[in-house]
Design a protein around this ligand. Structure first.
Ligand code: UDX
Length: 451
């Protein structure tokens, strides 16, 4: 199969590399000439485990190419994936200007296809509001009379495990109206389904578009729910680890995605919730559980700051109450295995601490540069996790990098001024921390007060 992937952001790059891995010929397109140049040299602009290796391999074999010119691929392509960004507009809706601009360009380039060529399958892979397939269809049709069909094919990959998620999907969802479109999409995805035994779902485009939003909204709701249970567990003297394991054993609930955390972030959940709320408002259907999820997450993003304030006796009205205090912060990315800091709670935590007069020394395994570019010298940057702890009054943990879980706590204790950890990811067991003489505050479990 010949595939075009338009937009070399997260989804586009991963899709391009993985389609090449499946044996298809792929042309990746991006308007950013510098990015295309870097990609031709095998340099990915994003950090994603396994991506560079795939890019290098298939650039070398020639089955993967990059260009700034969308016209290069349209004549021969079986399918063209639209993977450009849909940033959040001020009213919360997804901004469709890039998607529609690409649709217009595809329409113009359609003249390069033979008159009797099979219909080009144009695939919406960006997360787009319900009804977008119809809008994209209308836009292309206003530029050409050649045959094409617009298909919705939402992407469910997670940052940090994007390559594995794409190569071995649980399911592939296709919203289409013809058997030809389904055949093309199946030919593209069959190698992945063969690997994973994942399920194939064909439906109409609006259902596929809604599936994507519904999946993300339900996951976000689940996280907010367990976060609230964790907060309550602390107040009533229960342990969220027991609760989540026991409720997760009910096959109707399942064990995944029940880890309390410092509030969800990233490029998807916050944006998609706002977009779905907007769709609901437009159609007179209030999405009340989603409003509550957004509210609960806003509250949760302050959870570590609340704990620090309580522990250090911060009372309202006192100026700079944390002046003279230093905090080490491990983890800046919104989750492990990514350099993405979009909507990361670490940034809110930094803001809160600095506004209270504290000094913050940060460490992350991938997101240091992103934070430096955003907030500069508002914090100090440590080269190692241990260096961040030197002379600090406490260690705060915001991201669940595996290396932090394996840290040498004896060395950490030596570096810190006091054995005190506020853990937003429940990396350690309270019993072990108690034995080590730590003061240890985690989520939804009894606090440990060191001697
Ligand atoms: C998410 C969806 O999982 C994916 O299917 C979709 O395509 C894009 O959005 P992603 O944003 O990469 O993927 O990250 P994910 O691993 O889902 O985590 C989202 C947020 O929830 C993170 O902030 C994470 O720390 C948090 N989280 C996740 C929890 O707090 N607890 C959990 O149990 C799981």
């Amino acid at each position: 199969m010949q595939v075009m992937v338009i937009g070399s952001g997260y989804v586009g790059l991963v899709a391009a590399a993985c389609f090449a891995e499946a044996g298809h010929r792929v042309l990746g397109v991006d308007v950013d000439a510098a990015k295309v140049e870097a990609l031709r040299g095998g340099h990915s602009p994003i950090y994603e485990p396994g991506l560079d290796e795939l890019l290098t391999k298939y650039l070398a074999s020639g089955t993967l190419r990059f260009s700034t010119d969308l016209k290069e691929g349209v004549a021969e392509a079986d399918a063209a994936f639209i993977c450009v960004g849909t940033p959040q507009s001020e009213d919360g809706s997804a901004d469709m200007k890039y998607v529609l601009a690409v649709a217009g360009q595809i329409g113009d380039a359609m003249a390069l296809r033979a008159k009797d060529a099979k219909p080009l399958i144009v695939v919406d892979k960006s997360t787009v509001p319900v009804g977008t397939a119809a809008r994209v269809h209308a836009e292309i049709a206003s530029h050409t009379d050649r045959a094409f069909e617009v298909v919705s094919n939402p992407e469910f990959l997670r940052e940090g495990s994007a390559i594995g998620d794409f190569l071995e999907p649980d399911r592939v969802v296709i919203g289409c109206r013809s058997d030809h479109a389904e055949r093309v999409m199946k030919a593209l995805y069959q190698p992945f389904l063969d690997r994973s035994g994942g399920k194939w779902f064909r439906m109409d485009p609006p259902s596929a578009e809604l599936t994507k939003y519904a999946a993300n909204a339900m996951l976000a709701l689940r996280i907010s729910f367990i976060n609230e249970i964790a907060n309550l567990a602390e107040s009533v003297g229960a342990d969220v680890d027991h609760v989540k394991t026991a409720i997760g054993a009910d096959h109707r609930i399942g064990p995944a995605f029940l880890n309390p955390g410092p509030g969800f972030g990233g490029s998807c959940f916050p944006k998609d919730l706002q977009a779905l709320l907007k769709v609901g408002r437009e159609h007179g259907q209030p999405m009340m559980t989603l409003s509550a999820t957004v509210e609960a997450n806003r509250h949760q993003k302050q959870v570590l700051l609340r704990k620090v304030k309580a522990a250090f006796g911060v009372t309202p009205g006192v100026p700079a109450p944390l002046k003279g205090r230093r905090f080490a912060l491990w983890g800046l990315a919104f989750k492990a295995e990514t350099d993405d800091i979009r909507e990361s709670m670490a940034l809110e935590l930094i803001d809160g601490l600095v506004n209270l007069g504290a000094e913050v020394v940060v460490h992350d395994f991938a997101a240091m540069e992103a934070v430096r570019a955003k907030i500069g010298d508002r914090v100090r940057y440590a080269r190692t996790p241990l260096e961040a702890c030197e002379g600090a009054d406490a260690l705060l943990i915001a991201t669940e990098w595996a290396q932090y879980r394996q840290a040498d706590l004896a060395a950490v204790a030596k570096a810190l001024k006091a054995r005190r950890i506020f853990d937003g990811r429940n990396l350690f067991r309270p019993e072990a921390m108690e034995q080590g003489g730590w003061t240890y505050h985690s989520l939804g479990r009894r606090p440990v007060e060191g001697k």
